[in-house]
Design a protein around this ligand. Structure first.
Ligand code: NI
Ligand code: MN
Length: 225
């Protein structure tokens, strides 16, 4: 499976015939100026919650790719009102898609949409696929909910926020992994704003000291996971 980072919590997972984009926020991000959003392709776009830094390019990229957008019921309904109807609303639960089994799981956060509309509950996703099991937590603090994940999925890679302030930081991501038990962590949701700027070396050392394989992704770079 390939992971391409587009900044903040936006990334693309690719394997076999599938391209799944998460939380599209690229064009307002000065750190992602070198990303050409016109080149992005996706079959599905998964949206964790309604905040601007997760959906700024959602309508543009949905229309461009004609991807099926999977998110909570309220965000899908909001998209429908903008005239985009390739949507698959979920609430916390699971469903089998062509790419594998998808759980939409709770996150401890908020989810208001930028125009003030109610954005439903914030969440994260567990994907069980033929090429590995992925957990993307969305924006969340440490949560006991994470204890449940290994009960139904053996996670290969957990994609977790590490910027602090609005979410977990790196030290808390280490604690989170005592519950998630992933083989590898990819950090997201850092450096985009002053509130979430991190010291890269200190962050890497936190995971090194905990003996957890860790990737601090670079915007525009693709890694195999
Ligand atoms: Ni948020
Ligand atoms: Mn966020």
């Amino acid at each position: 499976m390939k992971f391409t980072y587009f900044g903040q919590s936006c990334f693309l997972l690719e394997w076999g015939q599938y391209k799944i984009l998460f939380d599209p926020f690229i064009s307002p991000n000065p750190l992602a100026k070198h990303i050409h959003i016109n080149d992005i392709q996706a079959d599905y776009i998964l949206v964790s919650h309604g905040h601007e830094d997760h959906i700024a390019d959602l309508l543009t990229l949905a229309r461009q790719t004609q991807a099926v957008v999977i998110s909570n019921f309220e965000i899908c309904t909001w998209l429908g009102k903008q005239g985009y109807d390739h949507i698959h609303p979920m609430n916390f639960g699971n469903r089998t898609f062509d790419f594998g089994k998808l759980h939409f799981v709770p996150a401890q956060h908020s989810s208001g949409l930028p125009d003030g509309s109610y954005g439903g509950n914030p969440g994260g996703f567990v994907l069980a696929t033929e090429e590995g099991n992925i957990y993307y937590s969305g924006d969340t603090c440490l949560s006991m909910e994470m204890l449940l994940i290994p009960r139904y999925a053996d996670i290969d890679t957990a994609i977790l926020p590490i910027g602090g302030n609005f979410t977990m930081d790196a030290s808390e991501a280490v604690i989170a992994n005592e519950m998630i038990k992933a083989d590898k962590i990819i950090g997201v949701h850092f450096d985009t704003f002053g509130y979430i700027e991190i010291d890269h070396q200190a962050t890497k050392k936190i995971f090194e000291d905990a003996q957890i394989e860790f990737i601090l992704p670079e915007i525009g770079r693709q890694v195999s996971i």
